[in-house]
Design a binder for this molecule. Structure first.
Ligand SMILES: [Zn+2]
Length: 193
């Protein structure tokens, strides 16, 4: 299978079934702001975390194909997801790379004219619950409703573990996977977070 083939994102009802992305108000309620004075978040660039309580929840770890910094239970979950990918689709696994996980910043949304709109939303990357995946070094282009085939294959594995695929955002972001609202609620109930 050509995992780098560019294909249209399938109809939205066919993926992320029963899964929702997490809104900023819920993230702030659960974790607080990773950067205590939000005025230090002026751009789409990564800003150092100065919330010491939140910083303790993050860890840098090898999750199989790459090393990332993220929320600890998200790293546990992603390690399991990628173990399954390795066992079942080893040729896809061999292509996996990342454009990063934790990064405290505003959202960056590609506009129709190609420019990036920064904020006012806070990216879920800020809390280390989202990851951007590259295939053989290639990044999917945001907002064109096209995905690399390998990301679609991968989405089934992330969805099965209750991670939301960014292809479902109003501005398609097929390289992006994040812990769903339901999975965070489960962790909260279990005392994991
Ligand atoms: Zn992302």
């Amino acid at each position: 299978m050509d995992y780098l083939e560019k294909i249209p994102v399938p109809p939205k009802e066919t993926f992320n079934v029963g899964l929702m992305s997490v809104r900023n108000d819920r993230m702030l309620e659960l974790f607080g702001h990773p950067v205590k004075n939000a005025k230090y978040l002026p751009s789409g660039d990564c800003t150092p975390v100065n919330n010491a309580t939140f910083a303790k929840r993050l860890e840098t770890r090898n999750v199989g194909p790459f090393k990332v910094t993220g929320l600890k239970p998200a790293l546990d979950s992603m390690t399991q997801i990628l173990e399954r990918v390795k066992a079942e689709v080893p040729d896809l696994y061999a292509m996996l790379g990342t454009a990063g996980m934790h990064c405290a910043r505003f959202t960056k949304i590609r506009q129709k004219n190609g420019t990036l709109k920064i904020g006012p939303g806070i990216s879920n990357h800020s809390w280390g619950t989202a990851v951007d995946i590259k295939l053989k070094g290639q990044l999917d282009t945001q907002g064109d409703k096209i995905t690399l085939r390998g990301l679609l294959v991968l989405s089934a594995y992330f969805n099965a573990a209750s991670w939301y695929w960014g292809a479902g955002f109003s501005t398609e972001d097929a390289m992006h996977f994040e812990v769903s609202k339901g999975l965070l609620a489960k962790w909260k109930q279990a005392g994991t977070i």
